[in-house]
Design a protein around this ligand. Structure first.
Ligand code: SAH
Ligand code: SF4
Length: 352
């Protein structure tokens, strides 16, 4: 049975505490210590009776991932973190510091089984396992505490599931971590501050977004099945039509939209032919297209599109009334940009 309290939703902890023959409200008190007072040791929870603390020490524990290396970008002040799990696996996360706001890009797996050809996580690492909820929210807690301790800005403002792994292949743990991220008595983040990015696993995608109401980003990258299947093996299972049908089932409010992530790879997917195909594909969907210049990785020999080609592509979409933004890649010098998470952190070691 699970021991780490950080893997429990409030309801689950209440059930556990009741099974220990204790009153349900003790679970809330424990949540309060952890998520509001930043205390991760039962011994310091001063309103919990000693008899219960003894039981807790036997039945449960509180374990956070540990920072073992940090690497600060010289270009843009982003910080890449290498964290270690209890079983000595490594996780990567990136804090992006911009306009007094902090966005944390977190991982949900060690490696990724989907093996997209352009992605360092998929090509340079072996897929090991899913991260559990404690390791997912643990990235947030550990890094938030680090930033506060070092007086680097305030709290983390946004959390994006854009690090290592495919969230929709780890749904149970993602659901649990969203519950903990957003619950008033836990981390209390607004749902609008959470973004989940997927390469398009279709089952349950619309149900999930309709239920949790967090923002969705979808990695389309190639507007034809032929090309998408070549670079993203998942497309053989879930071709574009199937994915788009699933996206059409998402209920969007007035100002809401789905973000379409589109890699810009020189002369591979950045021609006007591709822009037209993309426009047709997105017909009938409320979207914002985010053009992402390809960040070079070791195993995929290609170049990011030139500024000129990106502008031409963007202008075509704009002329068809599609909202477009261009992502300026973060921290290329610490290989912390998207798709470059491959556990290579040459930064400062925090190990004694
Ligand atoms: N597995 C999810 C989320 C993690 S990847 C997904 O694929 O959406 C986060 C984003 O980084 C995705 O849009 C992904 O396609 C993109 N990405 C992967 N490799 C990249 C690279 N080399 N350059 C730029 N973006 C990349
Ligand atoms: Fe996995 Fe996303 Fe990388 Fe593809 S792009 S291998 S789905 S992490």
């Amino acid at each position: 049975m699970e021991k780490n309290v950080l893997n429990f939703t409030l309801k689950q902890l209440e059930t556990k505490i009741t099974k220990l023959n204790e009153k349900k409200f003790r679970a809330q008190q424990i949540f309060d210590w952890i998520y509001k007072k930043n205390i991760f040791d039962f011994e310091y929870m001063s309103n919990i009776p000693k008899s219960l603390i003894d039981k807790l020490n036997i039945e449960l524990d509180i374990t956070l991932p540990k920072i073992i290396k940090i690497n600060t970008s010289k270009i843009d002040k982003s910080i890449k973190f290498l964290l270690e799990t209890k079983d000595k696996n490594l996780i990567e996360s990136l804090a992006i510091l911009e306009n007094k706001r902090v966005t944390l890009c977190i991982s949900c797996m060690i490696g990724c089984p989907l093996k997209c050809k352009f992605c360092a996580t998929g090509t340079e690492l072996k897929f090991k396992r899913n991260l559990d909820a404690s390791e997912i929210i643990g990235q947030y807690i550990t890094i938030n505490n680090f930033l506060k301790e070092k007086n680097i800005f305030g709290n983390i403002n946004n959390v994006v599931f854009m690090g290592m792994g495919e969230p929709f292949l780890n749904l149970n743990n993602i659901e649990k971590s969203i519950e903990i991220f957003t619950h008033k008595k836990a981390l209390d983040l607004s749902k609008k501050k959470l973004v989940i990015s997927t390469s398009g696993v279709d089952k349950g995608l619309s149900d999930f977004i309709n239920k949790f109401k967090i923002k969705l980003a979808v990695s389309i990258h190639f507007p034809t099945n032929e090309q998408r299947s070549q670079f993203m093996p998942i497309n053989k299972k879930v071709p574009l039509e199937k994915l788009i049908t699933e996206l059409k089932k998402i209920d969007l409010k007035k100002r809401e939209y789905i973000t379409i992530e589109y890699l810009m790879i020189e002369k591979i997917n950045d021609t006007l032919f591709h822009a037209e195909k993309l426009k047709s594909l997105l017909k009938g969907l409320k979207v914002k297209v985010n053009l992402i210049p390809y960040n070079p990785t070791k195993m995929f020999f290609a170049k990011p599109s030139s500024e000129k080609r990106i502008n031409k592509f963007a202008n075509y979409l704009l002329s068809k009334s599609i909202f477009v933004t261009v992502r300026r890649s973060k921290s290329k010098d610490v290989t912390g940009a998207c798709g470059q998470f491959a556990l290579k952190n040459n930064g400062v070691s925090l190990l004694k």
